[in-house]
Structure formats: structure tokens, C-alpha cells
Design a protein. Structure first.
Length: 127
């Protein structure tokens, strides 16, 4: 693992803190700590920029999947300012994971995310 890999692991940990934030204030603070002001998130269902739009996408995911949390699966693979990792959306009630994906993030010099490219590997029928 490259010497600067810990900055990638830290950024991914903050990323999951943002995706798992529960209240509006916690979410706002987590998004601000994780992404740059003009940070982006793009996946098959969303293409947003900036803290307000990022928070709205995360809130929408929680509304669609109440009682679920995002969890890292495997390890973070990284080089330079880029990292990739896989995740699942897990039910806190029964452990079911109907949604899974892989993301690639790019970091700025301070370790904040400038962009996320997300790929959905598993989605429930009709979602």
C-alpha cells in the first residue's frame, strides 16, 4: 500500500460518515468535512455538485431505505489522489444488503473529496 494510503482510508471513512449521517445538522457537517465546496457525485441515478445537492442525494437515499446503513466491503485501493472501494447498503434490522456498488473518489491536497464516480453493482428489482 502506498505511503499516503492513510489519507485515502481517512477520506473513505469520512465518506461513510456522511452517507450514514442521521440528522440534518450532522449531515450538513459531514458533507462539509468530506467534500470540497464544488465537490461532485455522479452515479447512474444522480449527477450533483456542491454541498446542498450532495446532502439532498444522501437524504433521498435514507428516505428510500430507512433503517439501512452504508458499509465498506473489502479494502480501499489507492494511488496518487485516487481511491476505489466497494460498499453495501445493509439493513440494520436483518442484515440484508439489497444494494451494493463500487466508487472511485478523487481527493484534493487536503484530503477532501473533489469527485465521486459511483457504480451500482446490485439494486433491488423496481428500484
Amino acid at each position: 500500500m502506498p505511503a499516503n494510503a492513510d489519507r485515502h482510508v481517512t477520506a473513505v471513512a469520512r465518506y461513510f460518515e456522511a452517507w450514514n449521517a442521521t440528522g440534518p445538522e450532522e449531515l450538513t457537517n459531514a458533507v462539509a468535512a468530506t467534500w470540497t465546496e464544488d465537490g461532485t457525485y455522479t452515479d447512474p441515478l444522480a449527477d450533483v455538485r456542491g454541498h446542498a445537492q450532495l446532502a439532498a442525494v444522501i437524504s433521498a437515499a435514507h428516505e428510500q431505505f430507512p433503517g439501512f446503513a452504508f458499509r465498506l466491503t473489502g479494502s480501499v485501493d489507492s494511488h496518487h489522489d485516487t481511491a476505489r472501494f466497494s460498499w453495501e447498503l445493509v439493513s440494520e434490522a436483518d442484515g440484508a444488503a439489497p444494494v451494493a456498488g463500487s466508487d472511485v473518489i478523487t481527493l484534493d491536497a487536503e484530503g477532501r473529496i473533489t469527485s465521486v464516480l459511483g457504480f451500482l453493482d446490485r439494486v433491488p428489482a423496481g428500484a
